[in-house]
Design a binder for this molecule. Structure first.
Ligand SMILES: [Zn+2]
Length: 394
């Protein structure tokens, strides 16, 4: 308390960071119409118009722009909308989510939010792999393209067009987090220069980016709350989760809760990435169970059965026990899920330094994640990677 009294309000504010709005899921998804107010851990006086800072800046082209490619790289040199400025209090949450100016601000906030999560897992600032050429990442808030991509010095966001309904990817946290995942991986492992035969770098890159999106999504308190309330704490049960996941509005959950093993996938990169993503998701769910059991919120027998092959009777019993506990102790469930999330996120981030992008195979990536984890996390990861046929049984 003394600290608060002795310091000027401005410096207290400075330490807290800067306020923004983020939609954890695009605003057209039912249940996610309202954005979350988030504090980015960067002081207001380090954010310039754009928004921009020492590591990234946003440009918002005035006219239709082609995406970047081999023949065209940053910086953007066309006409742009004026860089967006913060409100009089130097925060950005006074900008209305309905306004045109909101797009660049939201894109910036999402990139920064994801980066700060993964920097804390890695334990130090992440240096862009392109920083010899471009000191800062250029985020293009809107290009004329039905896609989004990250590349050498840039992250650009197009506009999706489904049945004539146009939705800017700048409002899509899932897509932005995935693209930031690609940038983080390349920055931590280095860029592959000559891929050896059978190397899985691009497959791993897709898996890693989807996991970055999932784990980053689980950093919104409101998202965790909604997920748990809707399932009444019941991420416990694979059958249930699968049913729920099929209709889940959370893109990340829908994708991650798959049952694919390596013998069941094609060579196509996104398909081949599924078992790895599934193994990570299963591990989060299983660590969540362990935490709940330890805190007396779930039946201990839950840890002894293979949840992928649970009988209906057991299923109903576990579900009832969990729902009762969730009714009275919802906070414990949130704690359990965030602990599971962070144990896995940290192991994944710590594994990256051990990977060689030129020769990387999925089994090596999996072993590196297991080696970077500790105790129960390592044990559960290993079992799940084995079940997915990514690593052999020992
Ligand atoms: Zn991708």
């Amino acid at each position: 308390m003394r600290l608060l009294r002795d310091e000027a309000p401005q410096s207290v504010n400075r330490r807290l960071g800067t306020r923004f709005w983020i939609f954890p899921q695009p605003p057209f998804i039912p249940g996610y119409e309202q954005p979350d107010r988030v504090w980015l851990s960067i002081p207001p006086d380090e954010i310039g118009p754009g928004p921009s800072d020492a590591t990234m800046y946003v440009v918002d082209p005035l006219f239709e722009t082609r995406p970047y490619g081999l023949d065209r790289l940053p910086p953007f040199d066309g006409a742009g909308h004026p860089p967006v400025r913060p409100g009089p209090d130097r925060h950005f949450d006074s900008i209305s989510p309905d306004s045109r100016e909101f797009l660049p601000v939201h894109a910036y906030a999402c990139v920064h939010f994801v980066l700060q999560i993964w920097q804390s897992y890695v334990g130090r600032p992440i240096r862009w792999f392109f920083d010899q050429t471009f000191p800062r990442l250029e985020i293009v808030a809107r290009v004329n393209w039905d896609n989004a991509q990250a590349g050498y010095g840039f992250l650009e966001l197009g506009v999706s067009d489904t049945d004539g309904i146009r939705r800017p990817y700048a409002l899509n946290f899932d897509t932005i987090a995935h693209e930031v995942g690609h940038l983080i991986l390349l920055s931590e492992t280095g860029v592959p220069t000559s891929l050896s035969r059978g190397a899985d770098f691009f497959v791993f890159s897709e898996a890693f980016s989807d996991i970055v999106s999932l784990i980053s999504f689980l950093h919104f308190d409101t998202a965790i709350g909604r997920l748990l309330r809707r399932t009444r704490g019941n991420l416990l049960l694979y059958n249930e989760l699968n049913r729920f996941a099929e209709t889940s509005p959370e893109t990340q959950v829908r994708l991650a809760s798959n049952f694919r093993r390596m013998s069941e996938v094609t060579r196509e990169v996104h398909d081949r990435a599924l078992p790895f993503i599934g193994a990570i998701f299963d591990t989060i769910v299983e660590l969540y169970h362990r935490e709940l059991v330890q805190r007396g919120c779930a039946d201990r027998r839950l840890l002894d059965v293979d949840l992928r092959e649970l009988a209906q009777l057991d299923f109903d019993r576990f579900r009832a026990a969990t729902a009762d506990a969730f009714q009275t102790r919802p906070l414990i469930f949130e704690l359990a899920l965030t602990a599971a999330r962070d144990a896995v996120g940290q192991a994944l981030a710590a594994s990256l330094g051990a990977l060689d992008p030129n020769t990387l195979r999925l089994d090596q990536a999996a072993s590196a994640v297991v080696a970077a984890a500790s105790g129960a996390t390592a044990e559960v990861l290993e079992i799940n990677f084995e079940w997915r046929e990514i690593i052999g049984r020992r």
